[in-house]
Ligand binder design. Structure first.
Ligand code: PAF
Length: 255
């Protein structure tokens, strides 16, 4: 696996490329994206970049886990050919001034002003730099995938957004780089989120059922999100200082 920091050093050629954009702190969810990309493309590129402009809370950016050596070892194990790990100035020169601003960003976007502008901007930059045929994202971030599908459609970008099922720990918690911040007690409380969503998925009023099942956890939102190809019941909660999101499929097929 080649680790590349400069855009000019990428030299990716004309092979069919699968791109897995990541912010590092890789876990089994990322491994499933690498495997899907490996199975469907000639060349697999993973990006490793903690994108400062998508953080709406400076403390969240400061606390974001970073371990490049560990991440590189995981990417290599999963057959990634090129790890693109640029420094912040490579993607955002000091006079950077052009943004991708998606107007329909749903409850997750409303809860995190500017977040999807940062995500959409960095992803369009990565799509232009790497020129993938397919880019891979996890269902856990369903609203992110919906925003990116809209960007690809609205701007006629020549790639497909592939969405892979959420990977969960044995207890049901969706894998997330932020889970490491949970204490043992908080982790126990956090399990209320997947349990409530799962139990509500078949209800006549899934939002009310999820709200009733949250067992003392306060939701930032619970909503049915129409992703075009699928509908999901999505929610965000805060457990201690950690913000967690999750969703379950109600109808359709995200991939
Ligand atoms: O899902 C993530 O880790 C990030 O939002 C992404 C897509 C890598 C953009 O920075």
């Amino acid at each position: 696996m080649k680790v590349v920091r400069g855009i000019a050093d990428l030299h990716l050629g004309t092979a069919e490329i699968g791109l897995v954009p990541t912010m590092g702190a890789l876990h089994a969810g990322h491994r499933s994206l690498f495997r899907a990309a490996r199975a469907e493309n000639d060349v697999v590129v993973a990006s490793l970049f903690v994108n400062p402009v998508q953080f709406d809370e400076p403390s969240d950016l400061a606390a974001y886990p970073r371990d490049e050596m560990r991440d590189a070892a995981i990417a290599e194990e999963e057959g990634v050919d090129v790890l693109f790990a640029p420094g912040p100035d490579e993607l955002y020169p000091p006079d950077f001034a052009t943004w991708i601003d998606v107007e329909a960003v749903g409850a997750e976007g409303a809860a995190r002003p500017g977040h999807f502008r940062g995500v959409a901007t960095v992803c369009v930059k990565l799509f232009n730099i790497v020129r993938p045929r397919r880019a891979y994202f996890g269902q856990k971030d369903a609203q992110q995938s919906a925003v990116l599908r809209r960007v690809v459609r609205d701007l006629n970008l020549p790639l497909e957004i592939r969405v892979m099922p959420t990977v969960r720990d044995a207890d049901g918690l969706a894998l997330s780089s932020r889970n490491v911040r949970l204490t043992a007690d908080e982790r126990e409380q956090a399990l209320g989120l997947p349990r409530a969503l799962q139990a509500a998925a078949g209800a006549d009023d899934p939002v009310a059922a999820a709200r009733a099942g949250l067992n003392g956890l306060h939701p930032e939102y619970i909503e049915v999100v129409d992703l075009g190809v699928a509908t999901v019941l999505a929610a965000a909660v805060r457990v201690g200082t950690t913000r967690l999101i999750d969703n379950v499929l109600l109808e359709g097929d995200l991939s």
